[in-house]
Design a protein around this ligand. Structure first.
Ligand SMILES: [Ca+2]
Ligand SMILES: [Ca+2]
Length: 385
């Protein structure tokens, strides 16, 4: 599944083969007389973003059959650490995701440019420790860094740097792979996973995405059908960003300041709309008066370019009619709140403005400026009355 050009050091190999070489590591570190008594705790891991493995909300999720448990530091019984037990029949990529109760096992957004440090107590020097950071809602957005242990049976601090990180990606999930790409019997202890939290992207010319949460909506929940919002109970959406051909864009999840949004990624040439299909939750919007949506674009669209919001009515098994509304002007650089009277939507198909079975939402932003990539962020999408 994964490959890595592992430069196996002689020491690591000996540790695997003999379990006694390289400082007497083996599976029972901390028991020989040469063990340093230095604790895994440095006293500097008292506040986020640092995980000290003594937190009441600590979460650990293993994969590849790695053994995981919270244990006493082998050099300092007063300190809690994670004990990671890797066996020969575990996957070479066995590891553990750590978090402090975050949604989707997430952590506070990591600044990859600042790197990560991790206290490690390895059974031998020369063993590879890999730390992967990724987007908690997009497993394809990740970067990895590997460092080798230099000590056997004592604590050291390893540093992981991520030169290949994408500045536009939110890295908010972290996993540790002890003895990455090895399949030996090994026990590792880790402590103090420390990193720098990345503030939301600044308002520089390179900014991508919202720098703050959209304001909470104020409509009474009793008068709302919500497609997407943290403030309301949302209807079940069958699919965000369905693939309806080359001009359709994917829609993904994101968050800023703990608040969720969706982003329509019209990066690929020709992509100009993103949709939400909730055909299994289609509803009668006849008595509703407004369509509401917050949007964020990093920069305004060129003069005359519009965002079109289309509501597809399925008075049957497929679209029977549709209405749409053109948003103009399209403002960039801050959250914009739309509260569009449904009476202002124009017939866009089926010769009917009926909205008795609203089943799909389509947001279109065609570009004439040479197909420049465009990301549109949306939040608080709901109907109200
Ligand atoms: Ca600790
Ligand atoms: Ca939100």
């Amino acid at each position: 599944m994964r490959t890595l050009n592992l430069k196996m050091t002689a020491c690591a190999f000996a540790a695997a083969a003999l379990l006694t070489a390289c400082g007497g590591g083996g599976t029972t570190p901390g028991t020989d007389s040469n063990t340093s008594a230095v604790s895994g705790a440095t006293g500097t891991c008292t506040a986020a973003p640092c995980i000290n493995f003594g937190e009441s909300n600590l979460g650990m999720v293993d994969f590849g059959r790695l053994g995981i448990e919270v244990a006493n530091d082998p050099a300092d019984a007063s300190n809690k650490v994670a004990k990671l037990t890797k066996a020969t029949d575990d996957e070479p990529w066995a590891g553990v995701t750590v978090h402090l109760g975050g949604t989707g096992n997430s952590v506070t957004r990591i600044d990859p440019a600042q790197g990560i440090t991790l206290r490690v107590y390895s059974p031998a020097a020369g063993l590879p420790i890999m730390v992967k950071i990724e987007n908690a809602s997009n497993a394809d957005a990740f970067v990895e860094a590997t460092a080798s242990t230099t000590k056997a049976g004592e604590w050291e601090t390893l540093t992981f740097t991520y030169a290949a990180a994408n500045t536009a990606t939110t890295y908010n999930k972290v996993s540790v792979f002890p003895g990455f790409n090895t399949q030996f019997n090994e026990v590792y202890y880790i402590d103090e996973l420390k990193y720098t939290a990345k503030a939301a992207d600044s308002g520089s010319s390179n900014a991508t995405g919202p720098t703050a949460a959209a304001l909470a909506p104020t409509a009474n929940a009793a008068n709302v059908v919500s497609i997407f919002s943290d403030a309301y109970t949302n209807i079940a959406v069958n699919e965000w960003g369905p693939n309806w051909g080359a001009s359709s864009a994917r829609v993904s999840d994101g968050a800023v300041a703990g608040d969720n949004f969706k982003s329509i990624d019209m990066t690929a040439a020709g992509q100009e709309f993103g949709a939400a299909s909730f055909t299994d939750s289609k509803f009668d919007a006849t008595s509703y008066t407004h369509f509401n949506m917050d949007y964020w674009l990093d920069a305004p669209l060129l003069a005359g370019q519009v965002v079109t919001i289309k509501l597809s009515n399925h008075d049957g098994g497929a679209e029977t009619s549709a209405v749409d509304f053109e948003v103009l002007p399209v403002v960039g650089g801050s959250w914009q709140r739309l509260a569009i009277p449904l009476s202002s939507f124009k017939i866009a198909g089926g010769a009917s403005a009926s909205r008795n079975n609203i089943a799909q939402l389509v947001i279109t932003a065609p570009r004439t400026n040479n197909g420049l990539p465009l990301k549109m962020y949306i939040d608080n999408v709901y109907f109200s009355k």
